[in-house]
Write a protein that binds this ligand. Structure first.
Ligand code: AMP
Length: 365
């Protein structure tokens, strides 16, 4: 696949990871005439259920990776913790989009924060901490409360410990569970927002409007699209997304989670170089969904128009919440998306529902 040449219909997109993000990408890819070949260690994963081919193997299985690379025209991924060896082995044989730089930055919270700050974008104050003694110094510098996070492999609040007035630091270090940590000043935010920007192989960019994200138990529960921001704040959030995607020379999607502080400042929390849960509302409220846009970028097609034809509230169906599906599917206008997961374990994302509202009328209660 030459760098700027569109992938012709009938080509195969290789997908690392078999979760719901891969599944919804595969469905969008099929609409554009592409096949998806998923690579995932789990049999009967949500992506494999809707893909034309599946490899079930460990991400470090070099023989399986080489065979997979020979059967696909481009490789992408639906999670950013792709092992280094996997990305390197594949990139030597087939285009990987987004490229290795996006992975390197998004896999490590220290590298990520440093990258964001070097782009002139603010984050919470932070310190690298690799032991209890350093934690002690960092807490003295940043004050309490603060948040201690593992630098790698943390998501949905895992590997995260809040340090407040009475927290014992040795205990907090143990609970965090990694040898490498980052201490962040606690952000007293008014709300959490995110922007997803698509960037094509030709450098064209299309940012979706900033949305508001509400979490329960550290897991995204509800997204309200768009966020209730001033014009200046909305354009600042969009500008940050564009600047970071350009600096990464990213081809695909970049999701940026941010805090809006009570003082009206925007601070970046986290980056994800892939489709994002906070973009699921676009499936029913925008002319081009984040999944179609992702496929377009990865396949070297022009980006689609992203106009929003409705406001939306996306509610995740977590664990047993999925059992409410009969009521949702009977609700006129509610758009139900289920992920084909057999077992509704607590905290597991089983599906989501999008509810649409006239422009300017999303409920925010
Ligand atoms: P993360 O894994 O970094 O996305 O963090 C998960 C959630 O923890 C965020 O969505 C916030 O609700 C909260 N959180 C993370 N970092 C901070 C911080 N520095 N200050 C306040 N809340 C935070």
């Amino acid at each position: 696949m030459a760098d700027n040449k569109p992938l012709p219909p009938g080509s195969t997109i290789g997908m690392l990871g078999g979760g719901q993000l891969g599944r919804m990408t595969a469905l969008a890819a099929a609409n554009l005439g592409y096949r998806v070949h998923v690579f995932c260690p789990d049999r009967d994963n949500p992506t494999a259920q809707v893909s034309s081919a599946a490899t079930v193997a460990a991400y470090e299985d070099e023989t399986a990776l080489a065979r997979f690379a020979g059967m696909v025209d481009v490789v992408t991924y639906e999670f950013e913790n792709v092992p280094d060896v996997t990305a390197r082995l594949l990139a030597a044989r087939v285009p990987v989009r987004p490229g290795p730089e996006a992975l390197r930055v998004a896999q490590d919270r220290i590298v990520e924060k440093d990258f964001v700050n070097k782009c002139g974008v603010r984050t919470a104050a932070w310190r690298q901490v690799d032991g209890v003694a350093e934690l002690d110094t960092a807490v003295a510098a940043l004050g309490r409360p603060a948040v201690l996070k593992s630098t790698r492999l943390g998501y949905d609040g895992k590997g995260q410990v809040k340090i407040d007035a009475s927290t014992d630091l040795a205990e907090a270090w143990k609970r965090m569970g990694s040898r490498h940590g980052i201490l962040e000043g606690f952000v007293d935010f008014a709300c959490e927002i995110s922007v997803i920007v698509a960037r094509g192989a030709d450098g064209a960019m299309a940012p979706y409007p900033a949305v508001e994200n509400r979490h329960v138990n550290h897991i995204l529960d509800t997204t309200i699209a768009p966020a209730a921001l001033s014009k200046a704040q909305a354009s600042e959030a969009e500008g940050i997304a564009r600047a970071l995607a350009r600096a990464l020379d990213l081809v695909g999607l970049l999701a940026i989670e941010m805090f809006l502080t009570r003082g009206g400042e925007i601070l970046v929390n986290e980056l994800a170089p892939r489709p994002h849960n906070s973009g699921h509302w676009t499936m029913d409220a925008c002319r081009t969904s984040q999944f179609e846009q992702f496929v377009r970028a990865v396949a070297g097609l022009p980006l689609g128009a992203i106009d929003r034809h409705a406001d939306a509230v996306m509610k995740n169906l977590i664990g047993a919440e999925v059992e409410t599906w009969p009521a949702i599917v009977a609700e006129p206008g509610a758009k139900l998306h289920l992920y084909g997961k057999a077992e509704a374990r607590p905290g597991r994302k089983m599906g989501h529902v999008n509810r649409l509202y006239p422009l300017g009328e999303a409920p925010r209660g």
